[in-house]
Ligand binder design. Structure first.
Ligand code: SF4
Length: 322
């Protein structure tokens, strides 16, 4: 039975936790509900926190002199300063976290596609941008996995989010009792996952871990984390996954007969042609690693990046599944 760290995730409170939307409703999001037993959620509703009450008249964002104002048309109230104070306070007191799931299109929590009006009058044009809280999160914690529940309906985005989330949580746990040996272990276990993201950066992370310059541990960990976060921000390309699969196959291929070898290599081609998902090949590799007790492969996080309970094959249908 694999053990996983418990990620700490900031979540919009209306995503299943409280009837705090402007109209007193709550959104039951299946992914957030599925995640709940596995993570520590830090639930927040910025609009409620600034005293707007539930139910409340909706607020809207207005662009004024290149600055966003938070405006409640029905009351004429401008609550920009209250929202800015809340955000400073919340972020200033936030313990280290591993990721964020925010409500999409909300003028407070939204990370994009939020309507921003050109004026305070009722009938004015708008453009699309970020909510005030969502924008502040991206500025302060943008190197962590930050997503909205709308984007997380996409299979690939969800898998990437979970992989980053659990990698960040494992790194945060490692930092609670840091050592050079611990960093070497972390890097070794993640080598193939990192290779899928960017082979050159994976090597650079290896150089940082080797620490030939004898930098202090704190500096080494800091440099490693900055580079790792940057690397993990981009989703691996499927061609990089093919390189990783072939590289991993090298660790077990000697024990296979020619039919088994051909079967695996043909399956890689089927993955290339989008006829089978990546998970099929990863399962196959894992079964070989178990059969040959290939310890190095069995340590690799890419074989098991997050708990199996969180695998959900539903998809919004946008983009190639991994
Ligand atoms: S989107 Fe954000 S501000 Fe709006 S109800 Fe949900 S948690 Fe509250």
């Amino acid at each position: 039975m694999e053990s996983f760290p418990q990620p700490r995730v900031v979540v919009s409170k209306c995503l299943g936790f409280e009837h705090c939307r402007y109209d007193g409703s709550v959104i039951n999001d299946p992914f957030v509900a599925m995640l709940e037993p596995h993570v520590d959620f830090i639930k927040v509703c910025p609009e409620k926190e600034i005293g707007l009450g539930v139910p409340r008249s909706p607020i809207r964002l207005v662009q004024e002199n290149k600055h966003k104002r938070v405006f409640q048309p029905a009351t004429g109230k401008d609550v920009t300063d209250e929202m800015a104070r809340f955000i400073d306070d919340f972020l200033g007191n936030l313990e280290p976290v591993d990721g964020f799931i925010l409500k999409h299109r909300s003028p407070s929590c939204g990370l994009g596609s939020v309507k921003i009006y050109y004026g305070f009058e009722e009938k004015v044009n708008h453009f699309r941008g970020k909510g005030m809280f969502g924008e502040a999160i991206l500025q302060s914690h943008g190197s962590l996995p930050v997503e909205d529940e709308g984007r997380l309906r996409n299979f690939s985005i969800r898998e990437h989010f979970l992989t980053r989330l659990y990698t960040m949580a494992a790194f945060r746990e490692f930092k609670q009792n840091p050592s050079m040996k611990g960093l070497v272990n972390f890097h070794t276990n993640n080598k193939m996952l990192f290779m899928a993201h960017n082979q050159n950066t994976m090597k650079e992370l290896g150089r940082i871990t080797a620490n030939h310059e004898q930098h202090p541990l704190e500096k080494v960990i800091g440099s490693y984390e900055v580079l790792m976060r940057k690397m993990l921000a981009s989703m691996p390309r499927f061609t990089s996954w093919i390189n990783v699969l072939q590289h991993a196959f090298g660790f077990i291929s000697d024990g296979l007969n020619s039919e088994e070898k051909n079967f695996f290599l043909n399956s890689v081609e089927e993955y290339r042609d989008e006829r089978i998902p990546l998970s099929t090949l990863i399962k196959l590799l894992k079964s070989y690693a178990l059969r040959f007790n290939q310890e190095y492969l069995l340590r690799q996080t890419f074989l098991n990046p997050f708990p199996l309970d969180l695998v959900q094959i539903t998809d919004s249908g946008k983009g190639r599944n991994m």
